[in-house]
Ligand binder design. Sequence first.
Ligand SMILES: [Zn+2]
Length: 471
Amino acid sequence: MSLRLFDTAARSLVDFEPLRPGKIGLYTCGPTVYNRVHIGNLRTFVWEDVMCRAFRSLGFDVTQVMNLTDIDDKTIRGAIAEGLPLRDFTDRHIATFFEDLKTLNVIPAAVYPRATDHVPEMVEIVKKLTERGHTYESDGSIWFRIASFPSYGKLSRVDLSSMKRGARVADDEYEKEDVRDFAVWKGAKEGEPESALWETELGKGRPGWHLECSAMSMKYLGETLDIHTGAVDNVFPHHENEVAQSEGATGKTFVRFWLHAEHLIVDGEKMAKSKGNFYTLPDVLARGFSPRAVRYLLLSVPYRQKLNFTFDALRGAVSALERLESLETRLGERAGAAGADGASEAFRGRVEEARRSVRAAWEDDLNSAASLGALFAFVKEANTALEGGQLDPADAAAARALLREVDGVLGVLAPAEDASLEAEVEAKIAARQDARKRRDFAASDAIRDELAARGILLEDTPQGVRWRRKS
Ligand SMILES: [Zn+2]
């Protein structure tokens, strides 16, 4: 089988081949750095990480570029509200964004360009667009004339009949379905801080949000990208406008494959601060869930389906992870046991079959649910074989290697050195519980102190004893 992806522009599954054999250039729209990202944003970013890892597992060399939108209406409003220069304001939110990515075990992109570091590249695109007759000036700003680009709407299939001739919109984001000429360069306005304005050949002002992504994607990945991704709400107007600007400036196809992730909803409803169902990653972790469980839940639903985030589903993720980890621990013990008497061909065949099924799932439009399904079918077989005492140590080692290999894409298991530490700590906790049952508090305190000396803190909760590393 070969890799098939659902291309938003084609509205269908399409065989994927990169422009250059074996190499994928991937642009993923990054966050607007004006607040802490919420778990809905993180669903998209985790999916993009899984995508990169899956492509690599299929043998591709991937270059991921993710921009940071550090100049737009929202960041300027935030900087003004806090009385900070724009860069100081956005630096803070960039730091927490990277913190969240790291917590969720996201492999960093090759480069995270900041819009404010690429204003000259944006000016160049506006100049090219002007040479080619796609812009006009009005109210001190430069506008993209949609009527000059006949294929406008080909990505989003937005209804062009709602287009009002010469109607313009200055906001970076505007009402869906409302097609308007949009600003590529915004002339300086009264009340805008100096830290958010640039003196350029186009006059004093700042770039439009859509232009930022056109400039940064083409700078790092060339004028034609293999894949461009984002969340579904980016399709229109953001990505449609990126196409118009990029193709208007270069005359070349901008993006060969468009992939978009569906929204995350909470308890079946749209997430909103007003509904009290709005969560950041620290909000969720504060309820005692591990980052790995959050990552598991976020990637467990195929990206083109809405993900319904509930705490029940998160508890489900916790137990799914426990099954994986418990199997891994026992496979590790079995693999290390003596008395090997040769691998069983039947079991090795099942390992290979599981490997093929997982691969086929990734090739089928990055189907994470099917990949987990294949993995858990194998977990069941391996458990049965272990419990029946039929698993040869070499087979156990092969099964464990498969788990680790699949996790190279999923990224949900504790790192191998942590796994053995975890088993050891769990054993100590059990011994401490026994001591407390015997009312041997000297012994239970000694175990607690021993762990504390190693930087491991125990916490007694109604759900049992939890442990964490001293930070
Ligand atoms: Zn973008």
